[in-house]
Design a protein. Structure first.
Length: 358
């Protein structure tokens, strides 16, 4: 019995050490978890929770198109620091879309559309309250191509240029605290972007449709010629939820990430009736999975994220914590009240159908 008690005490002390090391003498939560990570840690070496199709909260045809049940401010408050932003040019502005479907600020077809300047405002508001955090915006031009896209994005960045990191290099966290990091999935051949203005260049990101290995590794190319680094990603979104978990997500979680190499693991899949039904299964599996406290899992993107899922990922950063740092910030940002429009009742229809189909 004494041996059992002794073992339990040792285990308890070890667990406490991990918590204390991560907490660094104060409170680490979903709003300030980055504040205790060492400044010299490269962003690619941080286990970072994020969201897939981050703005697809209020959308038409929600049973098939809805990927989140929290707005972007709520996702940031949950701990997400990687946002998958999909835009199209509409009337001289950049609008959030999920494919051809407009993302809105509330339920219903007549609720106001969500624009990129809204998202930037949400992010900067969050960073003003939590200045040691950083947010990656992984930007894709969705639903068509516009010659105006690059210029419209550049103008948006220029409004708060001191709050953006736009180099084609994965920075250390200390360089980008309090800033938005541009990750580029939109650059086209012949683009005038440079390695100073174009962001981290993942514009060769390819749709994964065929049954190769779970991940693919591609070069991060200079906008001016040559290769800068590489990234590995898993985004096989056309598989059944069980196959997605077993054959795609888990093998990517189990792989060893290369130092300074970007790793992106999408937990999302669109196969079947609804992303929400898929997420219920996959997210439950993720909550049961034995994540290691000192292993880097890269950027992990969820559908229907919650605080527990986010914490499972950011609590894996024990090896890059600086124990001399005191947690800074920790204040949730205010969440705007949704502006609902006509036919709001469709949200209830989607929810009812999902419950029946689950």
């Amino acid at each position: 019995m004494k041996k059992v008690i002794g073992i339990l005490l040792v285990v308890s002390m070890l667990c406490s050490c991990v918590v204390v090391a991560f907490a660094a003498g104060g409170t680490v939560n979903a709003q300030n978890w980055m504040s205790v990570i060492d400044d010299k840690t490269n962003l690619a070496d941080i286990s970072m929770p994020g969201t897939h199709d981050s703005a697809a909260t209020y959308v038409a045809f929600g049973i098939k198109a809805r990927c989140q049940d929290k707005t972007i401010p709520e996702q940031l408050n949950c701990g997400a620091r990687f946002l998958d932003i999909r835009l199209c040019e509409a009337g001289g502005k950049l609008k959030l879309v999920h494919n051809f479907i407009t993302c809105r600020k509330g339920s219903g077809f007549t609720a106001p559309a969500l624009y990129f300047n809204d998202v930037v405002g949400y992010c900067l508001d969050f960073l003003s309250k939590n200045p040691k955090e950083s947010i990656i915006l992984f930007i894709k031009e969705d639903s068509g191509e516009s010659d105006k896209f690059d210029n419209l994005l550049a103008k948006q960045i220029e409004k708060n240029s001191d709050k953006w990191y736009t180099e084609n290099r994965t920075p250390d966290l200390g360089e980008v605290r309090g800033k938005l990091v541009l990750m580029n999935r939109f650059a086209k051949e012949g683009s005038k972007l440079t390695d100073k203005t174009g962001g981290i260049n993942l514009s060769n990101f390819m749709i994964q449709l065929t049954e190769f290995e779970a991940t693919e590794t591609l070069p991060i190319k200079s906008f001016e010629g040559g290769m800068i680094s590489s990234y590995t990603y898993q985004d096989r979104y056309q598989y059944d939820k069980k196959v997605k978990w077993e054959k795609c997500i888990v093998p990517t979680l189990e792989m060893e990430k290369t130092e300074y190499g970007i790793l992106i693991n999408f937990f999302s899949t669109a196969e079947g009736w609804s992303p929400e039904i898929n997420a219920k299964y996959i997210n439950a599996k993720a909550k049961e999975y034995d994540f290691k406290s000192d292993k880097c899992y890269g950027f992990v993107l969820f559908d229907f994220i919650d605080e527990e899922l986010a914490a499972k990922i950011y609590n894996c950063n024990a090896s890059v914590i600086n124990p001399s740092y005191t947690p800074t910030g920790g204040a949730p940002m205010d969440v705007p009240t949704p502006k609902h429009g006509f036919i709001k009742f469709l949200d209830f229809v989607w929810s009812f159908l999902i419950e029946k189909l689950s």
